[in-house]
Design a protein. Structure first.
Lengths: 409, 227
């Protein structure tokens, strides 16, 4: 039974990777690597920057927005302070004389309330959000606006990259974000993007007129809104060439906190929007993407339990051996291929990791990172993700079942 | 773009199944190579024993042949390790594993008999242990005794330990047990004709071995042929 479950989960994992690759190569011809065309027209855009105690990064965030390669008379930047207790407002006020920048202040109520305040004060054609710890590439908005030339597109998500990765944990995330660039592109091909990330997702203003404002959703409001758009059949497109650089957790502790929040939010929002599951009306998202996302999270929990049991059994045997013959090392021998683990599950696991490498390399190619070369961040990702992801997923699943709210910070 | 493309889902299924099939094929191929390697070692040992038996038969009329070091060469340890690895990866009931173990057990018995003959002819004393075990999870002490015997074999390279799986359906093993009047209890070890049932700690076994005259010198024994 144990091996049937293992093979089933390995099969689904491989199936998903193959599915993503097949979809990508099927529609590759429609990808323009970097779109440097100018839009036929420039719609008015408001970028809302909700901020709470972001004195260190808010200045850079505003500067990057002001440097956007976009007509200044069409661009508004709303800085919405959500009751910061540090010098965030003072830093923002340095830009108050700029005609594009407008500063709002309110009592602390959560990121989504800050965004909603900005929304209620804008009448522009397009509206977007930028987290106050993220920085945009000068051409990002222009490339996103190009995607809105298709009248059916209601929102466009960017390509997120890690801002100045330094620690091993950040390098691990660099590879992860690169793979996400690939995954998001393929999900957009499948009409199945279900997250509109905080850093620089841009919407038609009419979307909010139709669906209402952001609402409190387990500190993952961008996920809730993406699912809500899917429920109403609204198209979310991806601009893989619109780069946004975001600050990422530097330490394991900070990363776990962020990911527990994300995974918890996913479980809870997926449950709230369960009508999206297994309903042919919602296409790939409903029949494949969401169920696979749940299954892959569950399989992580399964594999971690299995790994713990095996480790326990191996430790028990090692202790019995030490108690029986003491600490004793046999003569060191030459490595022998005979004892290499070449079992079926191991070969499948290695194949799966190779596919992950392929997805990251394609993400690099898509985001024009100087050619798809193997880099050390890919190895950090494969090694560390396998250890860390089970921790946050298990904790988030536990919290979700017991309805323990996860904090933002 | 939102609609399900069933053809693609089916195509992906076929590709994934092909990858699965290839992984299974590679895994089996490597397993078969391992089995072939074990088989080759067993065949080599079989020829070694046959050669020693023949040599002995030719010369025994007139002289003593000490084959202590040449029979069942060093390869026996690596063979045991390899068989144990295959048992873990393919399972104790795998027909190939069972076949190789039966062959291995017979080779051990042949070596044991030959050694006995050589020893009595030449009047030398080599120390041999017989060990009967089960690895089906019904004998926790067998695991511990296994660790001790591995340790002793490494410490005293000339100590000859013949290990037999009591669950193997092999009449020669049953006869061997009957010869020693071994009861149906596991684990069992014999040291110098004495039978010990159940768990014996490292010190007890070592003490028992050291009681045998000249045992500690066995580590320094070298192969020699006295004509």
């Amino acid at each position: 039974m144990d091996s049937i479950i293992t093979y089933f989960l390995l099969f689904t994992s491989l199936y998903t990777e193959v599915f993503l690759l097949v979809t990508f190569f099927e529609l590759r011809s429609s990808i323009t690597l970097v779109d440097n065309q100018d839009p036929r027209e420039y719609p008015s855009v408001t970028i809302i920057v909700p901020c709470f105690n972001e004195e260190k990064t808010i200045g850079g965030t505003i500067m990057s927005l002001l440097e956007l390669n976009y007509p200044k008379d069409k661009l508004s930047i709303f800085i919405v302070d959500d009751g910061s207790t540090d010098a965030t407002v003072a830093v923002a006020q340095k830009f108050q004389n700029n005609q594009n920048v407008k500063i709002f202040r309110k009592e602390n109520g959560g990121k989504h309330t800050a965004f909603n305040l900005g929304l209620m004060n804008t009448t522009s054609d397009l509206v977007g959000c930028l987290d106050a710890d993220s920085f945009v590439d000068p051409n990002a908005l222009r490339r996103i606006v190009l995607r809105f030339e298709n009248a059916e597109v209601m929102a466009v998500t960017p390509a997120m990259k890690v801002h100045e990765p330094k620690t091993i944990i950040q390098l691990m995330q660099k590879a992860e974000y690169t793979m996400a660039i690939f995954n998001r592109k393929v999900l957009s091909f499948l009409g199945s993007l279900y997250i509109t990330p905080g850093p620089f997702s841009i919407f038609r203003k009419s979307v909010f007129d139709k669906l209402g404002l952001y609402r409190k959703a387990y500190n993952t409001e961008d996920l809730e809104f993406g699912l809500r758009m899917q429920t109403h059949g609204l198209i979310i497109e991806n601009a893989h060439d619109a780069y946004v650089y975001t600050a990422t957790p530097r330490t394991v502790r900070a990363l776990l906190k962020q990911r527990i929040r994300w995974s918890y939010g996913f479980f809870k929002n997926a449950f709230d929007h369960r009508a999206l599951f297994f309903n042919r009306k919602y296409g790939n998202l409903s029949s494949f993407v969401l169920p696979i996302a749940i299954l892959s999270l569950t399989s992580v929990v399964y594999f971690v339990i299995r790994f713990l049991l095996q480790t326990f059994s191996a430790s028990y045997n090692a202790i019995v051996k030490i108690l029986t013959v003491g600490i004793h090392f046999g003569a060191p021998g030459f490595p022998d291929w005979f004892f290499l683990n070449t079992g079926f599950a191991t070969i499948l696991g290695i194949t799966s990791v190779m596919f992950v490498f392929a997805l990251i390399l394609l993400g690099k190619w898509l985001s024009s990172e100087g050619g798809p070369r193997i880099s050390r961040d890919m190895f950090y990702f494969v090694a560390l993700y396998a250890i860390l992801a089970p921790l946050w997923i298990t904790k988030a699943a536990y919290d979700a079942v017991l309805s323990h709210e996860t904090p933002w910070r | 773009m939102r609609a399900l493309d069933f053809k693609k889902y089916a195509l992906v299924f076929v590709i994934t199944a092909a990858i699965f099939g290839t992984a299974l094929y590679i895994s089996n191929l490597l397993s078969n190579r391992r089995i072939a390697e074990i088989q080759a070692i067993e065949d080599k040992i079989s020829i070694d024993i046959l050669s020693s038996e023949t040599q002995y038969a030719l010369l025994s009329e007139s002289s003593c042949v000490n084959l202590a070091g040449s029979v069942l060469s060093q390869e026996i340890n690596s063979l045991a390790e390899r068989l144990s690895y295959m048992e873990n990866s393919l399972g104790v009931d795998n027909p190939e594993v069972v076949r190789l173990k039966r062959y291995y057990s017979l080779l051990q018995i042949k070596d044991y008999l030959l050694m006995k003959k050589v020893n009595s002819q030449c009047g030398i004393k080599s120390v041999t242990m017989l060990y009967f075990y089960s690895n089906r999870g019904d004998c926790e002490d067998c695991t511990k005794i296994g660790y001790i015997l591995t340790y002793l074999r490494e410490k005293y390279p000339k100590l000859r330990v013949y290990a037999f799986d009591a669950n193997l359906d092999l009449s020669a093993i049953k006869t061997l047990r009957a010869l020693y009047s071994v009861k149906d209890v596991l684990p069992v070890i014999t040291i110098d004709q004495k039978v010990f049932y159940g768990f014996q700690d490292k010190e007890t076994i070592e003490k028992e071995l050291l009681k045998i005259k000249g045992f500690d010198k066995t580590t320094a024994t070298t192969t020699q042929v006295n004509e």
